[in-house]
Design a protein. Structure first.
Length: 678
């Protein structure tokens, strides 16, 4: 847990920039803090970005501006007059190491500055230097400030951020404390989960830990952070994890964008927090409990075995789901730009959107996965139905075929898709057009930035000519899906999607028929509409692509009956498709004993129990049977060896028998061929 430090027993609030607060002077700010939260010991004041003074970014309130050491001194003296300490913080950039060292050192040499906090984050607006630049700055700061000046490190503990920013390998010997950003509400997890994950990652590092807790509302779909959560989260940090000091990002209301910090009205909640005189010792190397059966697995910092099988990875903006990803914005939709907005797609995942920039790139978004397993991957982006109108979205993918770095530019017409996963493919390689079309990417987790995807905000289509009259582009979820069949699962046999366990283990078909001549598959389940049947559909005709499975008995006998995965597989679609299809699931399955895939569609469902991107096992319940029409309950089930369902889950050939038989398999014969009676 680390030795006692300057921060033991201290509670601090982070101050960012003049426009982020309602106050117009340092003294007004100090008075409000002292009156509302007298337990606060100090303010962490942002002074600079690299070598650039903070005032260069915001000079809206003269008394709060920071453009010189004299301004820093004014902050120190004014806060001290109200009984508050001054700690300074700045963003590490790595652009000009010596200039950054000089700026930080002159700031910290101002009399009364208690400590320095270095904000180490990855992305174009943060640290962009290499490892050598990091080492130069770390050594230069310690040399310039001496061995006794306290230096803390602010960083994001999630995913592989600590590794890619060399927290342990470069910065560790030169810092005194760790201040991990534990923004649980923004991360989409409970405070206990976020703190547990944090301490599980860094709790054994041997440095003192002082969590920087959430004190802001992300805005958008994530909503308002309730101030009443402040003492609750603080008590968890103190009593369950032994935190000896805390800080909150951040104080201030006054922005014209959704992000809001703590206002004076929220300070009474902060005033409820108190640190024990003798804090309890932290639990030794806390570890998270095992996930529930079938639940998501949280990937921690453990090393990846070199022979690990590739696994599906999904990244979406501003929402941590699996703990193994991070996303960086040049212009953060939650905190910086009024042009960013956040919404939820049909899967409940957040996506960001903003107007595209005509002929001039102003930013890009970086998606960097923590991949599991070496191999070839498809990289697919989710395009939501709304706010995705740009016709030439540029995605730049990094992979390393043969160990050689390659950048492939993939241009996607977002306007052509709606609530769909779309594969990235392109023939612009390392900036040179006209190469072979690339739609599979060679990714090795241990090599450089393999799998990274940059999304630029530029468009070359004039807004005046845009057919929709809309000019927004969406930054939604991206998934890395292994090409290798083994990643789907080691299927040994296929079973029927309905029936009791004994039914599904037994022979298929049963050899029995209904009085009407329909074949029983298993148990008392029969197919009332076999593949190739021609039937009336609305005012026209259609040829059926699979089976309509009914349970013998009354018209509602199969209502809410469980539906099971016919084999191990990967869920590609799990939501409502159209009014006719209703709730639908598409699963990519492996064919037993063959290095091939097939796709199964399960439709007219309710009570979905799986989500897109989830791996399922044979016999796992995935949903229940729903109502196709009033008092018309059945499971539509079809299978295909054609990947058409991968990206077009509602594919339907209509009244075209030849097309049905070309694309779809007889589902009964297919399951029978690969079924083992047990």
């Amino acid at each position: 847990m680390g030795q006692p430090t300057f921060y033991d027993g201290r509670l601090s609030l982070v101050y960012w920039t003049p426009r982020s607060v309602n106050e117009t002077s340092i003294d007004q700010l100090a008075q409000n803090l002292r009156a509302g939260a007298p337990n606060i010991n100090g303010v962490m004041v942002k002074t600079n970005n690299g070598s650039v003074w903070q005032g260069a970014f915001d000079s809206s309130k003269p008394n709060l501006n920071i453009n010189s050491t004299a301004d820093v001194k004014r902050w120190v003296d004014t806060l001290a007059a109200r009984g508050l300490e001054t700690h300074v913080w700045g963003v590490l950039r790595g652009l000009s190491p010596q200039a950054e060292i000089n700026r930080f050192v002159e700031i910290c040499q101002v009399a009364g500055v208690k400590s320095l906090l270095l904000d180490l984050e990855e992305g174009p607006a943060y640290f962009v230097g290499n490892q050598s630049a990091a080492l130069t700055i770390a050594q230069g700061l310690r040399s310039g400030l001496g061995p006794n000046f306290h230096i803390g490190l602010i960083f994001d503990y999630r995913g592989n951020r600590p590794q890619t920013l060399w927290v342990q390998t470069v910065w560790f010997p030169y810092i005194d404390s760790l201040h991990p950003m534990v923004y649980h509400y923004h991360f989409g997890v409970s405070a206990n989960t976020a703190l547990r994950n944090c301490y599980n990652v860094i709790g054994s590092w041997g440095k003192s830990i002082y969590p920087m807790l959430q004190g802001y509302s992300p805005g958008g779909s994530i909503g308002i952070y309730p101030a009443s959560d402040i003492p609750v989260t603080a008590n968890i940090a103190i009593n369950s994890f032994g935190a000896r000091g805390l800080s909150w990002y951040r104080y201030g209301r006054g922005l014209s964008i959704p992000d809001e910090g703590l206002g004076a009205v929220d300070l009474p909640e902060l005033a409820k927090v108190s640190l024990p005189v003798n804090p309890p010792p932290p639990p030794p190397n806390p570890t998270p409990p095992p996930p529930p059966p079938g639940g998501p697995i949280v990937i921690g910092p453990a090393p990846i075995p070199p022979d690990a099988a590739p696994q599906l990875t999904i990244i979406d903006p501003d929402n941590e789901r699996t703990g193994n990803f991070f996303i960086n914005y040049y212009d953060d939709p939650a905190t910086l730009s009024p042009f960013w907005q956040v919404a939820l797609d049909v899967n409940g995942r957040p996506y960001a959107f903003r107007p595209a920039s005509y002929n001039l790139q102003t930013l890009y978004v970086t998606y960097t996965p923590r991949l599991i397993g070496r191999g070839k991957y498809y990289i697919e982006v989710f395009v939501p139905a709304q706010n995705a109108y740009i016709q030439d979205a540029h995605y730049i993918v990094v992979d390393y075929p043969g160990g050689v770095r390659r950048e492939t530019t993939c241009i996607l017409n977002q306007a052509s898709f709606s609530d769909a996963w779309v594969p990235l493919q392109g023939n612009i390689v390392n900036g040179v057009p006209g190469g072979p079309l690339i739609n599979q990417f060679d990714l090795t987790p241990t090599i450089g930035d393999a799998g990274r995807v940059n999304v630029a905000d530029i468009t070359f289509i004039n807004p005046a000519s845009h057919p929709s009259g809309k000019f927004e582009m969406a930054f939604g979820a991206i998934r890395w899906r292994p090409v290798n069949v083994a990643a789907v699962g080691p299927t040994l046999t296929l079973d029927a999607p309905v029936g009791t366990e004994a039914d599904r283990r037994g022979p298929i078909p049963t050899g029995r028929f209904t009085a009407g001549g329909f074949r029983f598959w298993v148990g008392n389940w029969f197919d009332v509409n076999p593949i190739g049947s021609r039937y009336r559909l609305g005012s026209g005709w259609a040829v059926h692509t699979g089976a309509d499975l009914n349970l013998d008995g009354s018209v509602t006998a199969d209502k809410d009956a469980p539906v099971y995965a016919v084999g191990d597989g990967l869920v590609l679609w799990a939501r409502k498709l159209t009014a006719a299809w209703g709730q639908t699931i598409v699963i990519e399955h492996a064919i037993p004993g063959e290095n091939r895939l097939f796709w199964a569609r399960y439709a007219h469902l309710n009570n979905l129990q799986v989500s897109e991107g989830q791996l399922v096992k044979r016999g796992q319940q995935i949903c229940a049977i729903g109502e196709y029409a009033p008092n018309n309950y059945h499971l539509h089930f079809d299978v295909t060896l054609d990947p058409v369902l991968r990206h077009t889950p509602g594919h339907w050939p209509g009244d075209n028998l030849a097309e049905v038989l070309r694309i779809y398999q007889d589902p009964l014969e297919f399951i029978k061929r690969y079924h083992v009676v047990r």
